[in-house]
Design a protein around this ligand. Structure first.
Ligand code: ADP
Length: 480
């Protein structure tokens, strides 16, 4: 079975969120199941230096009038995983994130950048890589890959199935229609029954409408997006395709996230030696001058600061939670009002709150290892990975019952069941109440340790999910 796996970001090359974690670990889990899978991503600035065994580029003749476009076959630097880089320096060799410049402003030509990525993906689907690799299926991820299924459909006369995975329905890749011809989209497809969405070209709609099957990154999110509340305007289309929609829960890279071998933390520990976790708390609090607070429960937050994550409610609830005797360590960046809000909170309560503004992989590991709880009060959450990392590190999640949070965390009981604290509504009061329950749990040392051990013992590796992916690939290939 040969699969082309397309993603606009992948750890360890470039990462803005959970998509990169998935694209950085799922393909290799599938490779281990004897699938010839190849990761395809754009050659952003510096990526060519991070891969190995670069082969001679395969040049394309100015597709979409973009000069110097080539495909570079190469290998992952650490894993036995073949990759392709789309090298189009005019579009991708820029400082910043995959989607915008260093100030956070989105690139104005994102429509063209990802139209080219999708086009080359579809071309590989149709004619192979010219070096003997002909995929049996293309696995597309998020809006940046949404035009690939549409192009395969538009070009017709082929039997390459495409699978479209939604990691977050809110990010849609909607662009003005004026550039349609330049983007290589047919007039026929630019219609309500095609990829047109409120007068715009919608890359995510293209993926949903034209792929052979759609998945989301958790079973609960697959159901939620059929409702207007979570459907982001696409619930009608998704409902019409619900027989071709399913959810497969994300796994995590259990090597990268392993408290026994994690090079970011001072003291290794595991389920049998959970007592050693306190050293990681001491070392983080000492480094950030909060060591006097070691006996109080520490709530960690590692997140993009955006409305989806419900952190505005945490700002409203924080003073009452601090008054209960809990402290916060927050790592995140994003919307200015939220950054400002956490900065103000940390200034007002310097002993109880530390806010680190920015993106910091090393600190993310340290916080998750050091904290007693991780708070993820999302309004919606397609899967969520931080709560999974946290459980593996014996840091209990306090989460809202939605999407992948509902599929991964079960509420604790005094009988010793569960793996965290789960609450129902995205409200200040529910967050305060949930933190109160967490505080009680923390005070009941024996129960706290039992629940932590249970959380650490859960299997969140790709094992089972990878088998589901393989079965789905097989089904789609045979159906075509
Ligand atoms: P999303 O994809 O919506 O951001 P996920 O929970 O699926 O949410 O994945 C987020 C990923 O990004 C996790 O690996 C998390 O640890 C990481 N992350 C988020 N914010 C930061 C940050 N400020 N610094 C380091 N890592 C972060």
């Amino acid at each position: 079975m040969r699969i082309l796996f397309m993603a606009s970001e992948a750890y360890p090359f470039i990462k803005t969120g959970g998509l990169a974690d998935v694209a950085g670990s799922l393909p290799y889990a599938l490779k281990k199941l004897d699938i010839d899978i190849r990761l395809f991503m754009p050659a952003y600035k510096g990526i060519k230096d991070k891969v190995k065994d670069l082969k001679k580029p395969i040049y394309f003749k100015n597709p979409l009038a973009v000069s110097e476009t080539s495909l570079i076959p190469c290998m992952h630097p650490e894993l036995d995983l073949p990759m392709y880089l789309l090298d189009a320096p005019d579009l991708f060799d820029r400082k910043g994130t995959p989607y915008g410049d260093e100030t956070g402003a989105e690139w104005v030509d994102n429509d063209l950048r990802f139209a080219l990525f999708c086009r080359i993906g579809a071309l590989i689907g149709l004619s192979g890589d010219m070096m003997g690799f002909q995929p049996d299926l293309i696995h597309c991820n998020d809006w940046q890959t949404g035009l690939t299924p549409a192009l395969l459909h538009q070009w017709g006369g082929h039997n390459i199935p495409s699978l479209f995975t939604i990691h977050n329905l809110e990010y849609q890749g909607n662009f003005s229609g004026w550039n349609r011809e330049r983007l290589g989209i047919s007039g026929e497809q630019f219609s309500m029954n095609g990829l047109e969405f409120h007068g715009q070209i919608s890359y995510i709609k293209a993926g949903i409408r034209f792929s052979d099957h759609i998945t989301t990154v958790s079973p609960t999110y697959a159901k939620e997006i059929l409702e207007p509340q979570f459907g982001a305007g696409l619930d009608g289309l998704l409902t019409s395709r619900k027989n071709h929609l399913s959810g497969i829960l994300n796994g995590i890279d259990v090597e990268q996230w392993n408290p026994m071998t994690d090079s970011h933390i001072t003291t290794p520990y595991n389920q049998d030696n959970i007592i050693a976790k306190k050293h990681t708390k001491k070392s983080l609090l000492t480094e950030y001058h909060m060591q006097k607070e070691i006996t109080k429960p520490l709530i960690g937050i590692v997140s993009r600061l955006i409305p989806q994550k419900g952190l505005d409610l945490v700002l409203e609830a924080a003073e009452e939670i601090i008054a209960k005797g809990m402290n916060f360590f927050i790592l995140g960046s994003g919307e200015h009002v939220l950054e400002q809000g956490f900065e103000n909170l940390a200034q007002k309560y310097p002993k109880n709150v530390y806010f680190y503004k920015g993106y910091n992989e090393d600190l993310a590991h340290k916080i998750i290892a050091a904290s007693d709880f991780i708070l993820v009060p999302s309004r919606f959450e397609p899967c969520g990975l931080t709560q999974i990392f946290a459980m593996r590190y014996g840091c209990l999640p306090i989460v809202r019952h939605t999407g992948g949070l509902a599929d991964t965390v079960t509420d604790y009981s005094v009988r010793g069941e569960g793996t965290g604290v789960v609450f129902g509504y995205a409200s200040k009061d529910d967050i305060i109440h949930a933190c109160g329950r967490a505080f009680k749990l923390f005070e009941n040392r024996r129960l706290f340790n039992d629940i932590r051990k249970r959380a650490m013992g859960k299997d969140f590796s790709w094992g089972n999910s990878a088998k589901s992916w393989k079965a789905l690939y097989q089904k789609l290939i045979h159906q075509k």
